[in-house]
Write a protein that binds this ligand. Structure first.
Ligand code: F6R
Length: 614
């Protein structure tokens, strides 16, 4: 979703802005732009439809000098992706330029009021309304940019992260946020601004995450000042970010997605570090120790999430219900927030999110909080909005995920959910030490098994090349692997644009089996677990209708290999940890099909990494 970058200080702003936009490309966007105040104090705005490289080409012969600038990648909400709708937007007099991430919900009425006062609009965006409103207050109430921004934002209903330049105040950037993320980087004698820390870490590790309705005043030669909409000063909380540039680069892989698939063994080790002891005899999750009573006495758990995180939540339900005997419901955050849910102070709500910025998940948290529930976040992006909005939580610690299609975050989420379920079961004395150790010891060797199965990459790549013809796919799984089927289908849809559906295998008979013919590839997860025999029957049913079966089975399986059209063997594990193994070949299958079809794997069309609008 839209990305924001800003710079003010002694260096040339343009290269910093362009590099920053490239670091934010993973968020997903369809146009880009930037504004610079040059050394002669004119305010230049450049924009282009398409990629950041198109913007670079567009500005090639123009003046890009200046020590102050703001830049933006736009993911269209109001108005099609085109140059006119790209940000920054000028105010009518072209003295102000503004970039915005979010949605101004009352933009239509604000626009009408401004039009009645003679303002004209060059774009279809809600953002242009905001910059005109700021200019209106600058013309009528105040000469000061900060005050005009405060007055305008008090009129706004909706979500925003903004940055504004005023050519009459060439040493100043005003930035503000509500519900959309914004981070200020504090350098030696300069400031950086961005939607997340990735464009900043190259220059400084000192950051301030703005909170809702906070405004940052970035003035050359002065200290960072943070105020609210009523100009009351707020003490900015400086934090140190622990990100290194290596984590943000592709490291020799053709795509971030493939790198992140390969990162998984190491990521899962990081995720377990300090939580499971080396001997595999004990498990500790600090959030559980700190909030034991609240968690153990919960009437039920509710998990809210979206997309891939929602699939991980389904596996979490299975783990928690099996090991802890606590009822768990899993809700799409977008549905939960509008469903008038029955939630009370005896409930614990878990919010799962890779980015920690998903607008629907944040809104679901606020709703549950307002009903007195205790909120536990499971996130990846450190310091993001969700961890700050929850009572407690656990990070998954898999490092920045840049590819838009989520891979290592999914296995990280499942790992944390397994650790959570085992820790609670231990506290509730529902698991014997022997059973606990069997699972913990297996968890500790899962990274090695992941590394072993990544050796199958070439085999899966060859298989993928056969299926580039397909326009539909079905994915089947049962039990712990039913959500893996959903996740495998989502991966394929997202990056290859092939229609794919995931089903619990036994549901086939109730409708989808009508789709099976000799053209239909059916991906079946049929590892050796309690559901094996059932899966075998489901495969027979598909073969009887001539479907093309691609089976993922446990090493040494010589039954399914006789029936399935294609068979990939995977390392054996225990049933409750199956998703950590079976999800990876499905990620590879989707990756290779998309790559074979020449798709933009890391930045699929229409998708955003961080869905900061509802
Ligand atoms: C799928 C994907 C999305 C996200 C969803 C939630 O590959 O990336 O479905 O899982 O948008 O995002 P987070 O986890 O950041 O809340």
């Amino acid at each position: 979703m839209c990305g924001i970058v800003g710079y003010i200080g002694g260096r040339e702003a343009y290269p910093i802005l362009i590099k920053g936009l490239k670091r934010l490309e993973y968020r997903g966007y369809d146009s880009a732009g930037l504004a610079l105040i040059d050394h002669s104090e004119s305010l230049n705005v450049y924009k282009a439809k398409g990629k950041v490289s198109d913007l670079e080409n567009a500005v090639e012969k123009n003046d890009t000098t200046g020590n102050i600038g703001i830049a933006h990648t736009r993911w269209a909400t109001h108005g099609e992706p085109c140059q006119a709708n790209a940000h920054p937007h000028y105010s009518a007099s072209e003295t102000l330029a503004l970039i915005h991430n979010g949605i101004i919900e009352n933009y239509a009425s604000l626009k009408e009021n401004l039009q009645e006062r003679g303002y004209e609009f060059k774009s279809n965006t809600d953002t242009e309304v905001l910059v005109q409103l700021i200019e209106y207050f600058k013309n009528t109430e105040t000469k000061d940019l900060l005050t005009a921004v405060q007055l305008a934002l008090r009129e706004v209903i909706g979500a925003y992260a903004i940055a504004v330049l005023d050519k009459n105040q060439p040493n100043l950037i005003i930035a503000a946020r509500k519900s959309s993320p914004l981070v200020v980087g504090i350098g030696e004698d300069d400031f950086f601004l961005a939607s997340d820390a990735t464009p900043i870490v190259e220059y400084t590790d000192k950051v301030v995450y703005l909170n809702d309705e906070e405004i940052a005043v970035l003035k050359k030669g002065e200290k960072l000042k943070v105020v609210n909409l009523y100009n009351e000063e707020i003490t900015a909380k400086e934090q140190i970010v622990k990100l290194n540039i290596g984590q943000l680069e592709k490291g020799g892989f053709p795509h971030f997605m493939l790198k992140e698939i390969y990162d998984q063994p190491e990521c899962i080790r990081d995720c377990m570090r300090g939580r499971i002891n080396m001997e595999g005899t004990n498990v500790i999750l600090s959030a559980i120790i700190d909030h034991k009573e609240r968690l153990l006495n919960a009437r039920r758990f509710i998990i809210v999430a979206c997309g891939t995180s929602w699939h991980a939540a389904l596996i979490g339900k299975h783990l928690i219900e099996s090991f802890c005997r606590i009822p768990v419901s899993v809700e799409y955050a977008s549905e939960f927030r509008y469903s008038d849910p029955v939630v009370s102070s005896e409930d614990v709500v878990f919010a799962i999110s890779q980015s920690g910025e998903t607008a629907d998940t944040l809104a679901a948290i606020e709703l549950a909080k307002s009903k007195g529930a205790f909120i536990y976040g499971i996130c990846n992006a450190v310091g993001s909005s969700i961890p700050r909005a929850t009572h407690t939580g656990s990070y998954i610690h898999v490092g920045p995920e840049i590819g838009v299609a989520s891979t290592k975050a999914f296995t990280g989420q499942v790992t944390v959910l397994a650790i959570l379920a085992l820790s609670l079961a231990k506290e509730k004395q529902l698991i014997s030490q022997n059973d606990l150790e069997i699972i913990l010891k297996e968890l500790l060797i899962i990274p090695d098994k992941m590394a072993a199965l990544l050796q199958k990459n070439a085999e899966i790549a060859n298989l993928s090349a056969i299926f580039t013809y397909a326009t539909n796919f079905i994915y089947l799984g049962r039990g712990y692997c039913y959500p893996v089927a959903l996740e495998g289908a989502l991966k394929l849809k997202e990056i290859s644009y092939i229609h794919a559906e995931g089903y619990p295998a036994a549901e086939m008979k109730h409708g989808p089996i009508a789709l099976i013919d000799a053209e239909m590839p059916v991906v079946v997860i049929a590892t050796q677990n309690g559901m094996y025999e059932k899966m075998l029957s489901n495969i027979q049913e598909i073969k009887a209708r001539k479907g093309k079966v691609i089976a993922f089975v446990t090493e040494g399986d010589n039954v399914i290999s006789q029936i399935a059209d294609y068979c990939i063997e995977l390392p054996e594990t225990i049933e409750c940890l199956d998703p950590l193994i079976t999800s990876i070949p499905l990620q590879l299958l989707a990756y290779h099909i998309a790559a074979c079809k020449g798709k933009n794997v890391d930045q699929p069309r229409n998708l955003a990494k961080s869905v900061t609008v509802e």
